[in-house]
Design a binder for this molecule. Structure first.
Ligand SMILES: [Zn+2]
Length: 267
């Protein structure tokens, strides 16, 4: 185990212990289906987004001032000069898991895909889906949003968000629909080769800002790149992904506070 992994593992263990002693209620479903969650959470009622920060001390970031998602005002953004390069390639045999909050494709060892931001590598760990979209543009939500989560060697997180709207067939999503993990806690293998680049294009434009994970523990310091152009998928493709997930798995938009939204052209 490398030192950074050891530190993360130790931190997770201590947070888990902290939660076990302070959590008010047991949830057997949580124990069955999740090895990494610290306290059970959801999108409705007493475990819903308004309560996340109270469910567990480790979720206190959820009441932070730089949270995600946000509503992006297309008028207010300013041009940014950050340099970013995507180095995605085809990989096969990726895991596809249903964690009860979303369905998620995990990239394991030997399936490395990277982006490079200002000379620093971020490795693609996973992507997952939200229905409807979490970010909104000028107050408008879209049918769905995919999040591509990247982590650097020193533990910094960059997420590329891609809006999905109903329309033309999507070859990338079609491959996934053949392997959907239909039950919570289940895992399938996507045997076909997939390339995350299919969700992007040569010359992408993004809104960029500093935010957080949109699910507990809502960790802040996340670099967000929200793609301006939407990808399309058919009603049937979207339905296939959505029907095995909670009806709404989008956290409501959070206050922008003192943050600035930048525009990044020509990725
Ligand atoms: Zn997400």
């Amino acid at each position: 185990m490398r030192p950074i992994q050891f530190i993360v593992a130790t931190l997770l263990l201590s947070l888990t212990l902290a939660c076990n002693t302070t959590s008010k209620k047991e949830n057997t479903k949580h124990k069955e289906h999740s090895g990494t969650e610290l306290a059970h959470w959801g999108y409705e009622g007493e475990e819903g987004p308004e309560e996340w920060d109270k469910l567990c001390p480790a979720y206190s970031d959820c009441r932070g001032h730089h949270q995600s998602p946000i509503d992006i005002s297309s008028d207010l953004s300013t041009t940014s000069n950050i340099e970013i390069h995507q180095n995605y390639s085809y990989v096969s045999g990726v895991d596809f898991v249903n964690n009860g909050h979303s369905i998620q494709v995990n990239f394991n060892k030997g399936q490395e895909n990277k982006i490079n931001i200002e000379g620093k590598d971020f490795v693609l760990k996973q992507f997952h889906f939200h229905f409807p979209s979490e970010h909104t543009i000028d107050g408008k939500e879209l049918a769905g949003e995919a999040h591509f989560v990247h982590v650097s060697e020193d533990g910094h997180i960059s997420v590329l968000g891609v809006f999905i709207e109903e329309g033309e067939p999507n070859e990338f999503i079609e491959k996934l629909t053949h392997h959907i993990p239909t039950e919570v806690g289940k895992k399938t293998i996507v045997t076909e080769s997939i390339c995350a680049q299919s969700a992007f294009s040569e010359h992408d434009e993004f809104y960029i800002y500093e935010g957080s994970l949109t699910t507990p523990p809502c960790t802040e310091g996340v670099h967000w790149f929200v793609r301006k152009t939407h990808i399309q998928a058919t009603h049937e493709q979207l339905e296939a992904l959505h029907k095995v997930m909670p009806k709404h798995n989008n956290r409501p938009v959070q206050p922008i506070n003192d943050r600035k939204i930048g525009e990044l052209a020509d990725l």
